[in-house]
Design a protein around this ligand. Structure first.
Ligand code: ADP
Length: 428
């Protein structure tokens, strides 16, 4: 028993005792005691009614009372204050959670125990095509009708994620995971993985292309080696032909590996911004190399380079960029053809371009030329020792220098490959 309760019981005894004493004086003990008890019960009932009114009417202020009831009201007041404080803390925590979930890059949907939407963050709204608050209270299985989602929702074990096309746009792929929480409530996490899926597809295609490119020279090499070990050729001419062919195939594999390494280096190495590259000197060397590469074709190669115009960037990547474009012109332009190389400033951009009057490229190929292993003319590419990676490397290198690559070509007339570098990349 609490001290207040003990005090209240002793007060009751005092009331009864003093009313009995007063009653004894007037010889009306029973009446006095009954009146005192009646007054006591009236006081108790009045306060009990006050309490009930306060509880049912949810009045803000607690009623006043003295004595034992005053204590009860005081305790209730304290309890109420505590409840208000907890509610405030809860609402702050809830609004913090909502703010955090709104800022998440993933979609979040909170479901009730009956799978009705309680809350949904903006990412999930756009990924799942759900409007909020209009769709609040709707069952999620009425809005996402994909069979794999319907099956997943019926399960009791959500440890695995599911992958499905986005309800709004079937070209986009989503992953989803349900996380149960609270009392039979669920939280759905969803994420757009279209780009990861595409990367994975590209990686598979790339690996199969590389294997394909490697397989043909390896087949030739192993064929010759098998033939030489079974039955070595007697005459020197056949022997030399075999060795020459093997050498060509080994060179082809070496070029492929070199190009693949160049690509992977560019994909992983950080971009340099600071080093100054003397482009005109670089182009003089490349023009000389081009003359050697196409010496049997006797091209007419011209170079016009602004000696004062330099680039900021990576000399190896720029070398690889310009060399690939110039060497392509040499490789594809027939004998006695014209190739012109230029390096100048135009419209506040530094422009490198190489033009030839070679076979040109059909329009339908142009937009694909920078894809890895894409060739407009496979035979001509292989014949001239091409790997199918030159323009992919060139595009990568130019973009790493904030520039862009433009290709214009006409069948039978020739091609022009131009690289445009923005002003922050060049120095004059
Ligand atoms: P490849 O090693 O096959 O030359 P590239 O990526 O350098 O690979 O070029 C892709 C394709 O673009 C080539 O296979 C070729 O068909 C075409 N091409 C590139 N440069 C020229 C050019 N100067 N003239 C005609 N076709 C070209």
């Amino acid at each position: 028993m609490s001290p207040h309760q003990k005090q209240e019981i002793s007060s009751l005894f005092i009331i009864i005792a003093s009313s009995a004493l007063a009653g004894a004086i007037f010889d009306k003990i029973f009446l006095f005691v009954a009146l005192a008890l009646f007054a006591y019960i009236y006081f108790m009932l009045r306060n009990a009614f006050k309490l009930q009114n306060w509880l049912t009417e949810q009045k803000k202020d607690l009623p006043d009372a003295w004595g034992y009831w005053g204590e009860i009201f005081n305790e209730l007041h304290l309890l109420e204050k505590q409840k208000y404080k907890q509610q405030k803390l809860l609402s702050v925590a809830l609004s913090r959670f909502k703010k955090a979930a709104e800022a998440l890059p993933d979609g979040v949907v909170i479901l009730s125990q009956h799978n009705e939407i309680e809350w949904i963050n903006p990412v999930a709204r756009s990924l799942l095509g759900i409007t909020y608050p209009q769709d609040a209270g709707q069952k999620i299985n009425n809005l996402i009708r994909h069979p794999s989602f319907q099956r997943y929702l019926r399960k009791s074990n959500f440890s695995k994620t599911i992958t499905l096309p986005a309800p709004e746009n079937a070209d986009n792929i989503l992953t989803m995971q349900i996380i149960p929480f609270g009392y039979k409530q669920k939280m759905i996490f969803c994420r757009d993985i279209t780009h990861i899926q595409k990367l994975e597809e590209m990686r598979t295609i790339f690996v199969s292309n590389v294997s394909h490119e490697m397989r043909s020279p390896l087949t030739v090499l192993s064929g010759y080696l098998e033939m030489f070990s079974d039955k070595p050729p007697k005459d020197e001419k056949s022997f030399k032909l075999g060795i020459d062919n093997m050498y060509q195939q080994a060179m082809r594999m070496q070029r492929l590996v070199t190009d693949l390494l160049a690509l992977s280096k560019m994909e992983t190495a950080p971009i340099e911004h600071t080093k100054q590259v003397n482009v005109s000197t670089l182009l003089i060397t490349l023009k000389e190399n081009a003359g050697v590469l196409g010496q049997d074709k006797q091209h007419n190669i011209t170079l016009h380079a602004d000696e004062t115009l330099n680039l900021r960037g990576n000399v190896d990547e720029l070398h690889s960029l310009f060399a690939n474009l110039i060497n392509n012109a040499v490789r594809y332009t027939p004998a006695k053809g014209n190739i012109s190389i230029s390096w100048k400033k135009s419209n506040n951009k530094a422009v490198f371009s190489v033009s030839d009057d070679g076979p040109g490229i059909a329009t339908q190929h142009i937009s694909h030329l920078t894809e890895r292993f894409y060739r407009a003319d496979i035979d001509r590419s292989r014949e001239s020792g091409g790997t199918g990676l030159g323009l992919a490397i060139a595009k990568y290198a130019v973009e790493r220098h904030d520039g862009s690559l433009a290709i214009s070509s006409e069948l039978g007339k020739g091609s022009t490959f131009s690289c445009y570098f923005p002003s922050q990349r060049f120095l004059t």
